[in-house]
Write a protein that binds this ligand. Structure first.
Ligand SMILES: Nc1nc2c(c(=O)[nH]1)N[C@H]1C(S)=C(S)[C@@H](COP(=O)(O)OP(=O)(O)OC[C@H]3O[C@@H](n4cnc5c(=O)[nH]c(N)nc54)[C@H](O)[C@@H]3O)O[C@H]1N2
Ligand SMILES: Nc1nc2c(c(=O)[nH]1)N[C@H]1C(S)=C(S)[C@@H](COP(=O)(O)OP(=O)(O)OC[C@H]3O[C@@H](n4cnc5c(=O)[nH]c(N)nc54)[C@H](O)[C@@H]3O)O[C@H]1N2
Ligand code: SF4
Ligand SMILES: [Mo]
Length: 902
């Protein structure tokens, strides 16, 4: 152990891009705090940022050694780095020689650092000569990119975080900011607290915690945003609430849009959206007549088969009212991942080139080719994410290199992705963790250094570039992503283009950044004046920052000269079109998907932290109580939800947050935590025609009761993360035999348990024996057991030093919640152990934890509210909401303080 030291870096989760201070002892990260000097967060962190130290504290479960699978179906075996590099380079080069460059594809991630991204892009486009490099940002930001480019002439938001303080009307469309961008949400809350006249309009089919705080919630039918925005524009034109000067001087194409929205009067739009006409008109008025209107939008707009049009229809409203280029006004697309923006800057996607250049533009191709000193670049558009995996499945593409993303969980219709990876000749997976759903398909696993261990830069939602710095060395032999790509690149260059100028001479990320910024000079995102030295001396900076300037530009288009050839912004006609897969008699429900407050995507990191499960312990399918009643379904029932593409079983949760006819499921549970691959077993792969972004926010599904009569619940205390990871991998192998199963953590870092919920159609003794063995129930004298084979009932409990330490209830799991609670109670067991099997062993409450930081439960808050507490009183008496503040929206709602009445 060395001396305690602090490293300033950036959170690796969402696009807010909060600055963090990492405390480490030289070997281990021991704490993470918000960086008070970082302009994105001024010291604040949300629940995910605050749990970073816990996710990074152990190398258990990490990918530590390069490894390969000698034959499909066999286990991965460790090999040396040189061997791995040579193998990958030789096989990729052979495939390129045999089938051409387009037989190889790269699938990368908005969670890579800019420098990592840059090298992969150069490897694909500069060396291999293919544009088949796409990223998970295709599932996330591509509709926003297309929208900005079509309307404003260039990618990237015109706005900055300060606009959240200045906006007087805030339109949140398809964004659950309270969960997905919590620190920015705090800032909005503060702005409204300072000025109660500030109005929020939320457009979301669900009454999320964000929507509940709105002054006006437009609870639209999923996928009808374009109708809403067109209807609002119609109303503005009718009322004359436009900015004719802005339209006349700074835009083109208004007349065509005006003609188009003539057919969408508010009454028609409201009917399509399923909202009241007067609410639509109210929203239009607040938006147009406010001194400053800011729209904040995210996946509810982008993840749609007409996501580009949703973006454009919203931008049309800004252009028509001149709500852009001023403090507090503008269309602000929130980025999801920490470096979704950086990936766009380096052009690391199948449809773009470095520094916002276009593949289809010969001059752009020449500029980049000349800079890289490669002969020319391919003019053939690359395969975008969904098409890439389809092309692998049908054998057109032979090899794929997947880095920092988990497509067997996050792409739509994952059965096709599995098929693609089985079909591929070569699957390379570059991952920080050894056991994601995608690693199972790897022929070669390249262990990547992760957050806290790597160096480079990321760009957040407001175009601000921040440094990411290492606090500790990577575990095992893991290496930085840029380095792995460059090392393989050098070998491939020797094989494919010997004697050409070296493409990957880098010894560190600084040189890569310098190369990247040189390519931006003269472009809209010019960062010719920015280098690591300036970032280190003056802190994070926004682009553009051309040479000669010392500070980045906060707001763009303040002179209303846009980035188009004419300098005018372009109104785009956006006719309303329905969702790609309509509901029908056979598939009557709209299913939408999204995020939970405390989990991150496939949970490779947050799934290691017990507290992260306390707010939502199990996967659920959310349904309106009326829909359930009509079908004879009740809370907690297991239901089979099926689309044309697949099916899975989920426990039902009843909530009136959704309108009747709509369903919701969180995206986070994957094959590591469930018996199925998660909700993308059933999502459809329809994509937007302009952005190629899939419609992850809508599928048509049906729901029926799953007849799985034999229920099993088990839980076991885990000593530490290593114990948890080992135990989980044993239990995981038992999940596939179940009709439904989920694994999760309970408790907190002082006492954590791994919990299994499973259901099978009928008792299965062999499976049960395997489960008991996996829990260590067979090996200990401290086990109490009850069995009734005829009924398929088996109950076991185990003690360690007078404390209950594991239980298994099969066939009769009625008081599993009570036992789970007892398990987490540090008090020794007193009295007869036989009481463990009697249902009154402890009060059977299933209590959600609302405040993660202070472990404050729902029942404690309800009790305090019943005694008259408001949010301030809850904070002072129970302590909830006083640390990260992520639960404050929910506390406000529980106190009846929501702006809207339910
Ligand atoms: N806690 C947490 N935060 C995260 C992440 C995470 O995994 N966990 N991931 C990050 C990433 S990569 C991203 S992209 C962002 C996503 O951030 P958000 O987009 O805010 O989050 P989602 O929950 O995916 O979707 C937002 C909302 O869209 C609504 N919606 C669904 N269909 C429609 C529709 O047709 N129209 C409208 N208007 N709304 C609709 C959903 O009901 C949902 O509430 O979050 C980032 N932040
Ligand atoms: N149904 C549905 N599906 C969705 C969405 C939805 O709303 N609904 N949202 C979509 C969106 S917006 C997104 S962004 C995607 C996200 O989907 P994914 O990209 O699959 O999400 P993650 O689980 O974050 O995957 C990142 C992987 O990188 C690994 N990793 C972490 N750090 C490093 C590193 O430094 N280097 C390397 N090489 N690996 C590392 C992590 O362990 C993890 O497995 O999901 C999409 N899928
Ligand atoms: S809001 Fe939370 S997840 Fe996003 S960057 Fe900040 S601390 Fe990280
Ligand atoms: Mo995302």
């Amino acid at each position: 152990m060395g001396e305690l030291r602090t490293t300033a870096s950036t959170c690796c989760y969402c696009g807010v891009g909060c600055g963090v201070l990492i405390d480490s002892d030289g070997e281990r990260i021991v704490g993470v705090r918000g960086d008070p000097d970082h302009p994105a967060n001024a010291g604040k962190l949300c629940s995910k940022g605050l749990s970073l130290a816990l996710t990074a504290q152990s190398d258990a479960g990490r990918a530590l050694l390069p490894s390969w699978r000698p034959r499909r179906g066999e286990a991965l075996q460790p090999i040396g780095w040189d061997e791995a590099y040579d193998h990958v380079a030789a096989r990729l080069a052979a495939i390129v020689r045999r089938h051409g460059p387009d037989a190889v594809a790269f699938y990368v991630s908005g969670q890579l650092l800019t420098e990592d991204y840059y090298v992969f892009n150069k490897l694909a486009k500069g060396l291999v000569g293919t544009n088949n490099i796409d990223t998970n940002s295709r599932l996330c930001m591509s509709s926003a990119v297309t929208g900005y480019k079509l309307a404003l002439g260039a990618d990237g938001p015109p706005t900055c975080y300060e606009d959240l303080d200045h906006a007087r009307t805030v339109l949140l469309a398809g964004s659950n900011m309270a969960y997905a961008h919590p620190v920015l949400y705090r800032r909005l809350e503060a702005a409204r607290a300072a000025d109660p006249e500030v109005r929020w309009i939320v457009v979301d089919p669900r009454r999320t915690d964000t929507a509940a705080m709105a002054d006006l919630h437009l609870q639209i039918q999923p996928g009808t945003d374009v109708a809403l925005f067109n209807g609002m524009l119609h109303h503005l034109i009718w009322e004359g609430w436009l900015d004719p000067a802005h339209i006349g001087l700074h835009t083109e194409g208004f007349d065509e849009v005006k003609r188009l929205v003539r057919d969408m009067p508010p009454a028609a739009a409201a009917a399509l959206c399923g909202i009241r006409e007067q609410d639509l008109c109210q929203a239009a008025e607040w938006f147009a007549r406010s001194p400053a209107s800011l729209s904040l939008y995210c996946m509810g707009l982008n993840q749609s088969s007409h996501g580009t049009d949703k973006n454009l229809a919203l931008i049309n409203l800004h252009l028509a009212t001149g709500q852009i280029g001023r403090p507090g006004a503008g269309p602000f697309s929130l980025t999801g991942q920490p470096n979704a923006m950086g990936g766009r800057e380096v052009g690391g996607m199948a449809t773009m080139l470095a520094a916002h250049r276009d593949i289809g533009n010969a001059a752009h191709r020449e500029e980049v080719a000349a800079f890289w000193q490669v002969g020319d670049l391919s003019a053939r558009p690359g395969l975008t994410a969904v098409d890439m995996f389809d092309a692998l499945a049908d054998g057109q593409v032979k090899a794929v290199w997947i880095t920092c993303t988990n497509p067997v969980h996050s792409l739509p219709n994952i059965e096709v992705v599995r098929k693609a990876l089985r079909q591929a000749e070569l699957v390379i997976v570059q991952e920080a963790y050894a056991d994601t759903d995608t690693v199972a398909y790897a022929d070669v696993l390249l262990p990547a250094a992760s957050w806290g261990e790597k160096e480079g830069t990321v760009t957040n939602s407001e175009r601000r570039i921040s440094r990411v710095r290492p606090a500790v060395a990577p575990p095992g032999q893991a290496r930085a992503d840029w380095r792995i790509a460059a090392d393989v690149g050098r070998r491939m260059q020797a094989l494919l283009k010997p004697g050409t100028p070296e493409l990957f001479p880098y010894t560190g990320p600084r040189e890569i950044f310098d190369e990247h910024r040189a390519l931006t000079v003269g472009r809209d995102l010019d960062i010719g004046g920015l280098d690591y030295a300036l970032l280190d001396a003056a802190g994070p900076q926004q682009w553009p920052l051309p040479a000669g300037q010392v500070r980045g530009q906060a707001r763009r288009y303040t002179d209303h000269r846009y980035a188009t050839a004419s300098g005018k912004a372009r109104f785009q006609p956006t006719p309303y079109r329905p969702v790609a897969v309509a509901t029908s008699a056979r598939y009557p429900f709209h299913l939408t998907t999204g995020r939970l407050r405390d989990q991150w995507h496939g949970m490779s990191r947050t799934g290691r932290v017990a507290r992260a499960f306390s707010h939502a312990p199990e996967p659920t399918l959310d349904m309106h109580p009326d829909d359930a009643a009509r079908r004879g379904l009740a809370e907690g029932d297991l239901v089979r939800v099926a689309s044309r593409d697949g099916q899975l079983v989920l426990p039902l949760r009843l909530t009136d947050e959704l309108p009747s006819g709509s369903l919701f499921a969180a995206m986070h549970w994957s094959g590591r935590f469930m018996n199925s691959g998660g909700i993308n077993e059933i999502s459809n792969a329809a994509v937007d025609a302009k952005s190629f972004q899939p419609e992850l926010k809508h599928s048509a599904v049906r729901v029926e009761k799953a007849e799985l009569g034999w229920r099993v619940r088990a839980a076991i205390l885990v000593a530490d993360q290593r114990d948890m990871v080992e135990r989980r991998s044993r239990l995981q192998s038992l999940l596939s035999a179940c009709g439904y199963a989920s694994l999760g953590l309970r408790g907190d870092e002082s006492r954590a348990a791994l919990a299994l919920t499973a259901a099978l159609a009928a008792p299965d003794e062999a499976w049960l024996a395997a489960l008991a063995a996996a829990l260590g129930m067979d090996a200990s004298p401290d086990v109490l057991e009850y069995q009734d084979r005829r009924q398929g009932v088996r109950k076991c409990a185990r003690w360690r030093s007078e404390r209950l330490d594991a239980f298994l209830l099969a066939g009769d799991a009625a008081h599993a919640d009570a036992l789970a609670q007892r398990l987490l109670d540090p008090a020794p067991w007193t009295g007869s152990r036989l009481r463990v099997f009697t249902p009154d062993a402890a009060p059977a409450v299933r209590d959600r934890v609302v405040c993660q930081c202070k472990s404050v439960s729902e029942s404690a808050i309800h009790a305090a509210v019943a005694r008259g507490a408001d949010v301030a009183a809850l904070k002072s008496t129970l302590g909830c909401g006083t640390v990260c503040g992520s639960c404050v929206p929910e506390l406000t709602r529980m106190c009846g303080g929501a702006r809207l009445s339910a």
